[in-house]
Design a protein around this ligand. Sequence first.
Ligand code: NAD
Length: 462
Amino acid sequence: MKIAVIGTGYVGLVQGAALADVNHSVICVDKIKEKIIHLNEFCEGKRNDLPILEPDLPRLVKENNDKKRLIFTTDINQAVREAKVIFIAVGTPSNEDGSANLTHVKNVAQDIGRAMNYESDSPIYKIIVTKSTVPPMTYRMVHDTIAKETKNEFDIVSNPEFLAEGRAVKDCLRPSRIVIGTSNAKAASIMEELYEPFKSREVSILFMSNIDAEMVKYASNTYLAAQVSLTNAMANLSRELGADWRKVLEGVKKDIRVGRFVYPGLGFGGSCFPKDVRELIHTMEQHRPDSDDLSYVKMIVRQNEAQKGMFLPRMEKYFSGFEGKKFAIWGTTFKPETNDVRESAGVHMIKELLLKGAYVSVYEPSGSEQAMFTLSLDEKLKPHLSRLSFVSDMYEAVRNAEGLLITVEWNDFRNPDFLQVKNLLKKPVIFDGKDILNPRQMKEEGFDYFSVGRPDVLGYSQ
Ligand code: NAD
């Protein structure tokens, strides 16, 4: 089937490559010329990295481009004219008030409608699929925007994406579910044909209305976000009581009614949970303004914001303030195996420490460019950036630092050379924001060790 994917970011690029891999003919479009040049140079072998870091994606892109099933262009007109199914996979960031910014979606809908007018004498019926995460009822806006531009026949399908960064290729090739939102039988049948190769004994296609499908995405992410914030609330209480949350968790997770996605940490980040929960709150404010339901969902966000900075008072007490002191941070991405730093705990902690007058030395395995770019956009930080350095060696980062803060569970951070870390730090102290190190071992190695959900360990200063 001929497919166009508009927006070649984390979702569009992976989805486009996965669709090509099952023998569809895919044109990926982006408005950023440099991104398309980058992708084409990668395919021609002139460079070996992609604009995003995602395991197995380089192979998938290269193989399918070689087979001429996956191409990249900035020309949306050509892509729309050739395609039967057009995916919208552009970003939907939050506005100041928490609502979803649908400017990109609307612009693309307009472009699609206009491009449809330039078809040959016998225009083909098209399906426009919203892959972007959009608030309930957006399908109507997309429909009306296109209908204003063209008289050609089309339908809108709402098809939310559930991939998780860091395992996006696996998630797209073997999805947990395929949700197709449409009340039109013809559109449903074409979408079924398109997704047929992804079906399996465990994975069936769930057909529903557009609005049901739009709600599935927000409800799913809010469930997961609530799970994370409740986990962190329990971890915080366990620590205060002297209990070990990781042990408690072993018991809790034996109950199959409790989700699997429950690990203590410095809150959730990334491009989805924070934004999607905020957008759901905005929708609730319109429809259930005075309800406890609204307060409940708002509390997920508040718990999470506090969790990102939960080490600050503990560090302040331990180090007797931050002014003029140097701290090492390992990791700025919001999780391992990605270069996405959006709303990450690492970036949050860098900002906080700089604003409190500290020097910060950072080691980041994959997203240092993105982190530096994000930090450079913050006006408040500009006068403080001279106290920030990114280094390319994890041990170099800890040299002469007062302490080390781990914000994300990259494998390299799980079992470092502790002797080297100890010798390079001014004082052997580690704040572990992912509870990845073993407290008993930390004591034996002579570290003071602070985690999220377990009692403090004083292996050095006791
Ligand atoms: P992204 O910012 O990585 O990519 C979006 C791309 O769209 C960018 O490359 C941008 O240049 C391009 N774009 C914007 N306007 C355009 C236009 N008019 N024409 C052509 N290209 C245009 O975003 P993403 O992370 O891929 O997310 C896309 C959507 O999918 C969002 O709604 C997001 O909430 C949702 N989503 C994301 C994930 C995830 O893990 N990243 C998972 C599920 C759903």
